[in-house]
Each structure stands twice: as structure tokens, then as C-alpha cells.
Ligand binder design. Structure first.
Ligand code: ADP
Ligand code: MG
Length: 376
């Protein structure tokens, strides 16, 4: 990738620039917990966006996307927003740096990546954090702190791309380190690194390539259930609730709200269990909690779908250590913790069986926990 970028840069702009990269991410456990003040547990992966970049004297940005084979040119004022959606991520990052009092000068850039687009691995956060990191290093002497870099990416999604996302993806992409997962407390924003070097295991994502768009906005309905229960319990978010508290009000709330809240309360504990297990190097427990999360998301929170439940069943039948839906649900990937010697058999079985039932093969991504935003 570096060679291809370098050749393209030379051809378009002449000479050389500086290389920066950032990464996509997985979330091992901790789903639908962010808006409940709970924990998420992401890590950056070895799928990256990489750019070669150099200041120009033109007071404008000239950038070429190798993967989309498209070129964009734009100024740095609010009214200069480019038309192409991919370029708006870069424009947004520039604007958000400037809005925070940072410096951005004109630059030339060529970039490419191998984070699959729209597969739930957050290629958009990788793109934002790659450029945020580069602008901080090139023009601001690295004075913008890392949390602010993550917020620059998040605000870019909100203000320039129409995506109302949380902070996890950009956080993971900016803070990610090789062989380390991060437990992020979505209430206090405190975070801690945990070792993830599962010798003898691999992380394999199986992408169902389905996305069920449901009419009645299930995401908002889930949030409302959580808010209702929190209110009934007199706590700010379900972060502060326990199963005992929930069981006390069981008679006063709907069965649906009860099961939604039960999932969130149990999921919080599962993240903490996984942290302890990782400190002991106990990957069997990590895997068990992953299966429990899948069951909870499917039966109690009801955000799974037939295809993902089927992939989860196949994983269990193959003896995969842990498997669950990754992301908000209703489609996308499962994340699987698989013993090395089982990996090929599992992938072959999942592809064949899934294809037999749904008429297309899932996509497979092997991932390794790796560094996030950096100068290359
Ligand atoms: P994801 O779940 O992967 O973040 P999004 O829809 O949020 O999916 O972001 C994908 C968008 O990010 C693409 O449509 C494109 O605009 C931009 N993008 C991501 N990776 C690249 C890339 N390698 N080259 C150009 N644009 C990219
Ligand atoms: Mg995205």
C-alpha cells in the first residue's frame, strides 16, 4: 500500500511527503452500553487507512483517493465543503481542527486503505483519525491532545457526514495499541489498557453482508426502554442499576422494558468479568461471556436477526471459543475468538452452510489487535 501511495503521490504532486496511518476497530464486548453510561471494550486492528501528505503554498487541499479513484480540491473555509462524501470526512476534520483554534494550512495528500467500508469496522473513524493525527503533527506541534483528536473525528461525523455517532470508534482508532484492548468508561471517559495477546487463538470476523432496516427505529425504542427503567429506579443511567433493584420493580414495568434493562445490567458485569479474565489470560471465560452477550442481544435486547443467530450457532457447533454479534445488530458481523487449529474448519463450515441457506457467502476478516493513529 505504501508503494502504491508513494507512486501516485510522485505522479500527481512530485516528490515525497510524510506518511501517516490509522486503523479500524473491533469491540470485543460491551454492546448498547455507551448510551447507558457503561463500558465498551474496543481495540484497533491491522486494517488501516494510510496517507502520504505534504504542505503546499496554495491555501487549499488537494487530495486523491486511490480506492475510490477520485480527486477533490477544496478551500479551508466553511463554504468550501466538497461534494464527494469521502472528501467531506477530510474537509470536516480540517474544519473541526480550525474551530478548536488549531492551525491547518493547504496540503496535498494521496490515501488508500484496507478497512472494509461499511462492514462495522469503522473505516470512517480510521479516515478521520488518520488526517486528524497528521494535521496535529504537521501544523500544531502535537499540541492537540488525543481525546480532542477523537472528538474532532466524532464532530466530523455529526457536522459534515450526517452520522450521529458516539465516541467509541474514534477513541479506539486514536488510542489503539498493538496487543492491547481498551476498556472505556462511557460515563467518566476514563480508560484502561488490557493485554490481548491470545496465543493459540485468532479473532475472525464473519460478515453476514446483510443489513435489515426496520421501520420503527428499533435503536431509539431500545434507548427509550432503558431511559424509562432508569427513571423508574431513580438513577441517571442503568450504569447505576443492579439486578436486585430491577427485580424489585419488575411488577411495575413492562416485560419488554424488564428484559431490555436486564441485558444492559448483565452486559456491564460481563465487561468487568472479561477484564479480570484477560488479566489471568483466561480466554475460555472471555469466550463464554461473548456467547452470553450474543444470547442477551438476541433474546433479551432483541437486536439480532436470523442470519447472525445462524452464524452464532455454527460457531458453537464448530467448537469456537467465543462468538457474538458485533455492533448495534440487525445485520453486520459476528466476532469470533477461535483456536488457531479450528480457524480453517470454522471458516469453511460457516461459508458453506451460510451459502446453502442464504444464497451468498459471508465475508471473512482475520484481525489482529494493532496500533491506531501514528506517523509511519
Ligand atoms: P464504516 O462502518 O466502515 O465506518 P461508514 O459508512 O461510516 O462505514 O464510512 C464509510 C465511508 O468512509 C465511505 O463511504 C467513504 O466515504 C469513507 N471511506 C472509508 N474508507 C475509505 C477509503 N479507503 N477511501 C476512501 N473513502 C473511504
Ligand atoms: Mg463509520
Amino acid at each position: 500500500m505504501e508503494k502504491q501511495i508513494s507512486a501516485e503521490f510522485e505522479k500527481r504532486f512530485g516528490g515525497t511527503g510524510t506518511f501517516y496511518a490509522s486503523a479500524g476497530r473491533i469491540n470485543l464486548i460491551g454492546e448498547h452500553t455507551d448510551y447507558n453510561g457503561g463500558f465498551v471494550f474496543p481495540g484497533a486492528i491491522d486494517k488501516v487507512i494510510m496517507t502520504e501528505i505534504r504542505q503546499n503554498d496554495l491555501d487549499k487541499v488537494r487530495v486523491y483517493s486511490i480506492d475510490i479513484d477520485d480527486y477533490a480540491e477544496f478551500g479551508l473555509n466553511e463554504e468550501d465543503a466538497p461534494q464527494q462524501s469521502w472528501a467531506r470526512y477530510i474537509f470536516g476534520v480540517c474544519r473541526e481542527v480550525i474551530k478548536r483554534g488549531g492551525v491547518v494550512k493547504g496540503f496535498d495528500a494521496v490515501f488508500a486503505g484496507n478497512v472494509p467500508l461499511g462492514a462495522g469496522l469503522s473505516s470512517s473513524a480510521a479516515l478521520e483519525s488518520c488526517f486528524a493525527f497528521a494535521l496535529n503533527d504537521m501544523f500544531n506541534g502535537n499540541t492537540i491532545d488525543k481525546f480532542e483528536l477523537a472528538r474532532i473525528g466524532q464532530s466530523t461525523e455529526h457536522n459534515y457526514c450526517g452520522v450521529n455517532c458516539g465516541i467509541m470508534d474514534q477513541f479506539a482508532s486514536v488510542f489503539g495499541k498493538k496487543g492491547q484492548l481498551m476498556r472505556l468508561d462511557c460515563r467518566s471517559m476514563e480508560y484502561e489498557y488490557y493485554p490481548f495477546n491470545p496465543e493459540g487463538y485468532e479473532l475472525v470476523l464473519v460478515d453476514s453482508v446483510v443489513k435489515h432496516e426496520l421501520a420503527d427505529s428499533p435503536y431509539n425504542k431500545r434507548r427509550q426502554s432503558c431511559e424509562r427503567v432508569a427513571k423508574r429506579l431513580g438513577v441517571e443511567t442503568l450504569r447505576d442499576a443492579t439486578m436486585e433493584m430491577l427485580d424489585e420493580v419488575k411488577g411495575d414495568i413492562t416485560a419488554e422494558d424488564y428484559f431490555r434493562a436486564k441485558f444492559v445490567i448483565e452486559e456491564k458485569q460481563r465487561v468487568l468479568d472479561v477484564c479480570d479474565a484477560l488479566n489471568r489470560g483466561d480466554y475460555d471465560t472471555v469466550g463464554e461471556r461473548m456467547y452470553e452477550t450474543h444470547r442477551g442481544l438476541s433474546k433479551d435486547y432483541e437486536v439480532s436477526c436470523e442470519e447472525l443467530d445462524y452464524l452464532n450457532d455454527i460457531a458453537r457447533e464448530c467448537g469456537v471459543t467465543g462468538s457474538r454479534i458485533m455492533g448495534g445488530g440487525f445485520g453486520g458481523c459476528t466476532i469470533n475468538l477461535v483456536k488457531n487449529e479450528l480457524r480453517d474448519k470454522f471458516v469453511e463450515t460457516a461459508c458453506r452452510k451460510f451459502n446453502e441457506r442464504y444464497g451468498h457467502e459471508p465475508k471473512i476478516y482475520d484481525v489482529v489487535i494493532s496500533d491506531g493513529a501514528r506517523r509511519v
